[in-house]
Design a protein around this ligand. Structure first.
Ligand code: ADP
Length: 582
């Protein structure tokens, strides 16, 4: 199965990143401090708890011994008992005292001679190693029916003052149930390692097999337990499986008889709460997820409407005025959407209005053009009509007839020229573009215009070097022809002078022609390129309009610009071809 992440916009990605960073960084810091604080705190609490529980375990064990010692002293101080002990050691303990002993959990009564010979034992047990004279209490390994057990005993000399005649040993023989009992009491794993020579062994774990030895402890731990006789707490006790405390059990002569272990297994919640790295990673992960969720929520609330707005604006930019934004929330984005939709509606109206006005203007222009054309044609037609009528009259002599026929020819030629020009304007020929020297059409048109005329002073200042443009020489020559024709007409009756210039400027080349005629009045400037606009009696007003259309068709621009001298100056501008396009 493939999982497709939703495609995120650029803004969405930024918001997501920002939100994640904003949440993640504090989360990292919080995660670090929290893991540090919780784990340290929790570890300390655990240590306290385990240490307390271990102390309770030790007290429990010592309670047996204390009771035994106390009861031993009571008996030893009783003269009647001392007397009976001499006579019948096995019957020494009176019935009433036995009951008290039972209540106190004392189930072992033994009587020894001063040379430590057993005279009486209430239970058939064997002592592994014996206590030493002078000791008042001990924890010893005993065997009962081949099973290892522990005896917590109190030892009292009888009598207590002077040389003892007997040793009275009272105590409790404890089986595995004892450690189970402690486990239930404190909720902690409890093990008792009893000293055997230099080693400590847990006989309860033996169960027929070999007793488990005390796991290897660090040197300083053993030093603290055996020399310092103080408990030692380890976070990786019992070969790393437990977190617990080892407590030395010291007898009255200062020997460490046993080491009791009480501990909690390392697992579950405690492990999580004390493991900094996992906790830190978990909190960071939660931060990341929260950051991502915040980002997604933000993007849904803000970025999606923004996306709608962007689409709307793009559609408007692409001239689709039917665009609208589907947001109707009661907030700033909703206001923006309403404003956008209203703007789109206004643009729609404006576009419709513009189309209507364009249609109107087109019709008006057509009417104007038709009127001008009709006007231009009506004059020569009138002359032709009148001349033809005169030709019909018999009183005309030959010379008059010849004059009338010439007038008819001239006027019909004028109409023909007019129609030709008009056709040029309305349907200009498609230019055949080629890379050309921009001055070439001008030079040719000049040559043609000056042919057969009185000499004209021509000054050329061409500074376009080898620059080339895309153009149709014939069409541009025609445009220059119209401009030069006007110039020559304007200079009639003066010393005619023409100035031809060119220059390359900002990736374009311009060429200008200036005459020394009367120039163009400012007020007629705006109408110069209008079809049929003329100030001449015999003018058609089409020359400049046609030139304008031809230059545009060649990708250039024609304009009347302020002259250097006093006459009229017309300028054409063309984009240059790039070096690589040639
Ligand atoms: P026409 O020459 O038939 O009048 P054009 O379109 O060629 O039509 O010119 C329009 C008008 O522009 C002219 O009637 C004239 O008033 C003005 N004009 C054009 N060229 C010049 C020029 N070189 N000097 C002065 N006026 C000019």
């Amino acid at each position: 199965m493939t999982f497709n992440l939703p495609r995120l916009g650029r803004l969405q990605r930024k918001v997501l990143l920002a939100a994640s960073t904003i949440v993640l960084l504090p989360m990292l810091a919080a995660g670090w401090f929290a893991s540090e604080w919780v784990s340290t705190n929790f570890e300390n609490r655990l240590e306290q708890w385990v240490t307390e529980a271990a102390r309770a375990n030790l007290n429990w064990l010592q309670a047996y011994q204390n009771d035994a010692v106390m009861l031993g002293r009571v008996l030893s101080d009783d003269p009647v008992y001392r007397q009976r002990l001499n006579e019948q050691p096995e019957e020494a303990i009176p019935q009433s005292v036995r009951r008290i002993a039972q209540e106190l959990g004392i189930n072992l009564v033994q009587v020894y001679t001063p040379d430590l010979r057993l005279v009486y034992s209430s239970l058939p047990i064997e002592m592994g190693t014996l206590w030493e004279p002078g000791q008042t209490e001990a924890v010893l390994k005993v065997t009962r029916r081949n099973r290892s057990m522990i005896a917590a005993i109190g030892i009292t000399p009888v009598p207590r003052q002077g040389a003892p005649r007997y040793y009275l040993v009272l105590g409790s023989v404890l089986g595995q149930d004892f450690t189970k009992e402690l486990e239930q009491l404190t909720g902690m794993q409890t093990r008792l390692y009893l000293r055997q020579g230099k080693r400590y062994l847990d006989f309860f774990s033996a169960d027929g097999g070999a007793a488990r030895p005390l796991p290897a402890l660090p040197a300083e731990a053993l030093e603290r337990l055996e020399k310092g006789k103080k408990p030692w707490y380890g976070t990786h006790a019992e070969d790393g499986q437990y977190r617990g405390v080892y407590t030395p059990i010291v007898d009255s002569s200062g020997h460490v008889e046993a080491i009791m272990f009480s501990g909690l297994e390392r697992r579950g919640v405690q492990e999580f709460l004390t493991n900094r790295l996992t906790m830190f990673l978990s909190i960071t992960l939660i931060g990341l997820v929260l950051g991502a969720l915040t980002g997604l929520l933000l993007s849904r609330l803000v970025l999606r409407p923004l996306g709608y707005l962007r689409d709307g604006v793009l559609q408007l930019g692409g001239q689709n005025f039917n665009a609208s934004v589907p947001i109707d929330t009661d907030d700033e984005l909703g206001d923006l959407a309403k404003a956008f939709n209203a703007m789109a509606a206004r643009l729609r109206e404006a576009r419709d209005e513009q189309a209507r006005r364009f249609q109107r203007d087109k019709l008006a222009a057509l009417g104007e053009l038709s009127a001008s054309l009709a006007h231009e044609i009506r004059n020569p037609l009138g002359v032709i009509n009148a001349s033809a009528a005169l030709l019909d009259r018999p009183d005309q002599d030959e010379a008059r007839r010849a004059q009338l026929a010439r007038m008819i020819r001239e006027e019909s030629q004028r109409v023909s020229n007019l129609v030709q020009d008009f056709l040029h304007l309305s349907r200009p020929r498609q230019p055949a573009l080629a890379a050309i020297d921009p001055a070439a059409p001008l030079e040719r048109a000049l040559e043609l215009a000056l042919a057969g005329r009185a000499p004209v002073k021509v000054t050329k200042k061409f500074r376009h070097g080898g620059a080339r443009i895309q153009g149709d020489v014939a069409l541009l020559q025609q445009a220059w022809g119209n401009i030069l024709g006007n110039a020559l007409q304007a200079m009639d009756g003066r010393e005619p002078e023409l100035l031809l210039e060119s220059l390359v400027e900002n990736g374009a080349v311009w060429l200008a022609v200036e005459d020394n005629g009367p120039g163009i009045a400012v007020e007629i400037m705006p109408r110069l390129f209008e079809p049929f606009f003329t100030t001449k009696d015999q003018g058609t007003g089409l020359g400049l309009s046609i030139a304008h259309a031809l230059v545009e068709a060649n990708g250039g621009r024609l304009e009347a610009v302020p002259p250097v001298g006093k006459g009229a100056r017309f300028r054409m501008r063309f984009p240059l071809i790039e070096e690589t396009q040639r």
